[in-house]
Design a protein around this ligand. Structure first.
Ligand SMILES: NC(=O)c1ccc[n+]([C@@H]2O[C@H](COP(=O)([O-])OP(=O)(O)OC[C@H]3O[C@@H](n4cnc5c(N)ncnc54)[C@H](OP(=O)(O)O)[C@@H]3O)[C@@H](O)[C@H]2O)c1
Length: 332
C-alpha cells in the first residue's frame, strides 16, 4: 500500500463533492479519479475539484489501476452494483449510508468482499468522529454504568418535490433510509442488535415514509427510542442514559461537537464534565482516515464498524420497513 491512499469517487452529487473537499484536510490521501454516468459530469466534477482521471462509467472508474480505494456516492439503490464493480476489481470500498437497500443486498456485498479479500466498510462517518470515539471510550469504561436508555432523533425539512431524491421511491427516498439510519446506527453502536422492534410511521406525499418512530428493546432491558422525519428540522439530539449518569450530546449528534457527562443525583464523583472537539471541515475525512489505517494494517474490515454489524443494521431497517409497509420498486 502506497503512503498516500489514492481515492476514486463514484457519483458526482452533493456528498461526493463534500467528501472530496474534506479529504483535502488529510495529509495522506488524495482523490485521483471520478466516475460518472456521463463524461460531461465527470469532467465538470474533475474541473471543480482538481481530479485528474475522469471516467464516463462506474466500471471504468473501478478498473482504474491508479485507484486504491473507491467511495460509492450514488443514491442508495445504486450502492450494491457500484460497490460490487469495485470489489470485483479488487479495490478497497467505502459505501455511503445506507449501505444497501436491504439486508440481502448487504450480505451479497459482504460475501463478495470476503471472497475477494478486499476491504469493505459502510460510510457511517459519525462512527469515526473524535467525539464519537470519546463517547464510546467513556461508555466502555463503565463511567455511566449500564445503559438503560438511548434517545436519538434526526429531522430535516425538505420542500415537497416529487423528483427530489428523498421523496422519490425509485431513488430509495424516505426518512428512514436516509436520516433514520443515523439514530438506528447509533443505537446499534451502543447497545448491539435489538431483540425486539416496534415501529410506527406516516407517509410523505409520494408514499415513502415521511416520519418514522421506533422503539428498540435490547437484552438486559435497555430501550432505544428513535425518531426520524423529513417534515421539519429538529434538534437532531441524542442522550445516553446509564445507571450511574448520562451523556448529553450537544447540538447535532451525528456531526463534530461537544458532549457533557452528567453523574446521576447522589453520586459524589464530580460536576458535569464538558468534552469539546473543535475541528475544521465537515468531518467526512475521519472515515477515509480509518480506511487508510485499516489498509496499512492489512485489515479487510474496520473494528469500529464491522461488516456483520452493518448487516445487522440493515436487518433492523428491513424489520422497521416490514412493520410500516415501506416497499421500493423492484425490491420487495
Ligand atoms: N454522509 C452524509 O452526510 C451524506 C449526506 C448526503 C447523502 N449521503 C448519501 O450519499 C448518497 C448520495 O447522496 P447525494 O445527496 O450526494 O445525492 P445526489 O446529490 O443526488 O447525487 C447522487 C449522484 O449519484 C449519481 N447517480 C447514479 N444514479 C443516479 C440516479 N438514478 N439519479 C440521480 N443520480 C444518480 C449521479 O452522479 P453521476 O450522474 O455523475 O453518475 C449523482 O450526482 C445517498 O446514498 C445518501 O444517503 C450521505
Amino acid at each position: 500500500m502506497s503512503d498516500t491512499i489514492r481515492w476514486g469517487v463514484i457519483g458526482t452529487g452533493g456528498i461526493a463533492a463534500a467528501f472530496v473537499r474534506d479529504l483535502a484536510l488529510l495529509g495522506d490521501a488524495e482523490v485521483v479519479a471520478v466516475g460518472s454516468r456521463s463524461q460531461e459530469s465527470a469532467d465538470r466534477f474533475g474541473d471543480e475539484h482538481g481530479v485528474a482521471h475522469r471516467h464516463p462509467s462506474y466500471a471504468a472508474l473501478a478498473a482504474d489501476p491508479d485507484v486504491d480505494a473507491v467511495y460509492v456516492a450514488t443514491p442508495h439503490p445504486g450502492h450494491h452494483d457500484a460497490a460490487l464493480l469495485a470489489i470485483e476489481a479488487g479495490k478497497a470500498v467505502l459505501v455511503e449510508k445506507p449501505f444497501t437497500m436491504n439486508a440481502a443486498e448487504a450480505r451479497s456485498l459482504v460475501e463478495a468482499a470476503r471472497a475477494r479479500g478486499t476491504f469493505l466498510m459502510e460510510a457511517m462517518w459519525t462512527r469515526h468522529l473524535p467525539r464519537t470515539l470519546a463517547i464510546r471510550e467513556i461508555v466502555e469504561s463503565g463511567r455511566i454504568g449500564d445503559i438503560v436508555l438511548v434517545t436519538a432523533e434526526h429531522g430535516q425539512w425538505f420542500a415537497d418535490d416529487p423528483e427530489f431524491r428523498l421523496f422519490a421511491p425509485e431513488l430509495g427516498g424516505g426518512a428512514l433510509l436516509d436520516l433514520g439510519i443515523y439514530p438506528v446506527s447509533y443505537a446499534h453502536m451502543l447497545l448491539g442488535t435489538p431483540r425486539a422492534i416496534t415501529a410506527a410511521s406516516d407517509a410523505a406525499f409520494t408514499g415513502v415514509d415521511g416520519q418514522t418512530s421506533m422503539i428498540l428493546q435490547f437484552d438486559g432491558g435497555a430501550h432505544a427510542v428513535l425518531t426520524t422525519t423529513l417534515r421539519g428540522q429538529s434538534e437532531c439530539h441524542a442522550v445516553i442514559v446509564g445507571r450511574e449518569g448520562r451523556i448529553e450530546i450537544d447540538g447535532v449528534f451525528y456531526r463534530p461537537g461537544s458532549f457533557r457527562v452528567i453523574p446521576r443525583v447522589g453520586r459524589e464523583d464530580g460536576e458535569p464534565e464538558v468534552h469539546s472537539f473543535d475541528e475544521p471541515g465537515h468531518g467526512l475525512r475521519y472515515q477515509a482516515a480509518e480506511v487508510g489505517r485499516c489498509l496499512r494494517a492489512g485489515l479487510t474490515e474496520s473494528p469500529r464498524l464491522p461488516l456483520d454489524e452493518t448487516v445487522s443494521i440493515m436487518e433492523t431497517l428491513d424489520e422497521v420497513r416490514r412493520q410500516i409497509g415501506l416497499t421500493y420498486p423492484g425490491l420487495d
